[in-house]
Design a protein around this ligand. Structure first.
Ligand code: ADP
Ligand code: MG
Length: 241
């Protein structure tokens, strides 16, 4: 088995807040890995460290064999990323933004690829609209497109379904599940447990910066357990997820 992501005792402290407290995990090629946890548990900080957007305070991690502190730019060149609550630049139209992404990522035939995505996510009518005038859902469609248009071998997405309506959520869930079928890998963070149960092959539970569990979703199913109940038994009932 090949580890596409490997974190070893990874930690991040902001001032006196210990956001992530020594997390070790491994994500195999072909996995759809879900990082689950209540608000404030450190999911976004983990993704930010794994994509070289923030430097770990201690510990180490490699992504596609590249050390996150030594070559963060190298990692970002290879993966697809949707950061939490990120929106495309307000001053570009949807199409101009994709052309910009294509220039940075050296993606050939961007017109053809963009048209496929406009059609697939049903926003062709917004192609020439400035991003500042797009709804949140449409901006999320564009962010989704920029993360996958170069068909990266690994995509890291912070809350992939946020801002999508139920129809779009279904389409996107299906896309993610199919995407990993030919050896590509996806790492998502989510607090929607039912989604993780439905599409993830592996999951980890992060709580107050500490990893409480990691393992295959199939193991739970084989025991007749459901992810939401399992999650609550570990994290504690009465907490907001
Ligand atoms: N840039 C930052 N500066 C200070 N504290 C932060 C920063 N980013 C996150 N935190 C804190 O770190 C903890 C984990 O946050 P985060 O990684 O965003 O969790 P999650 O994505 O699971 O909601 C929280 O207590 C949050 O307030
Ligand atoms: Mg978050």
């Amino acid at each position: 088995m090949t580890a596409v992501i490997k974190a070893d005792n990874l930690a991040k402290t902001y001032g006196d807040v210990q956001a992530v407290k020594g997390v070790s995990l491994s994500v195999e090629k072909g996995a759809l890995f879900g990082l689950l946890g209540p608000n404030g548990s450190g999911k976004t900080t983990m993704i930010r460290m794994l994509t070289g957007q923030t430097r770990p305070t201690s510990g180490s991690a490699s992504v596609l064999g590249i050390d996150v502190t030594q070559d963060p730019v190298g990692i970002r060149a290879r993966v697809g990323i949707i950061p939490e609550q990120e929106t495309p630049p307000s001053f570009l139209t949807a199409m101009e933004y994709l052309k910009f992404v294509a220039a940075v990522r050296q993606i050939p035939e961007i017109g053809k690829k963009a048209d496929w995505w406009f059609d697939f996510l049903d926003f062709a009518d917004k192609k020439d609209v400035l991003c500042k005038d797009l709804s949140r859902g449409t901006r999320q469609k564009l962010m989704f497109t920029q993360a996958f248009i170069h068909e990266p071998e690994l995509a890291l997405i912070d809350e992939p379904l946020i801002n999508f309506d139920p129809i779009m959520q279904d389409l996107v869930k299906d896309y993610l599940a199919k995407y990993v079928k030919n050896g590509r890998t996806i790492f998502i963070s989510t607090h929607i447990l039912e989604v993780a149960e439905e599409i993830c092959s592996e999951f980890a539970i992060l709580h107050k910066g500490t990893l409480l569990h990691t393992g295959p979703v199939a193991d739970l199913k084989a025991r007749g357990e459901h992810l939401p109940a399992f999650f609550l038994s570990l994290v504690g009932k009465g907490r907001h997820v």
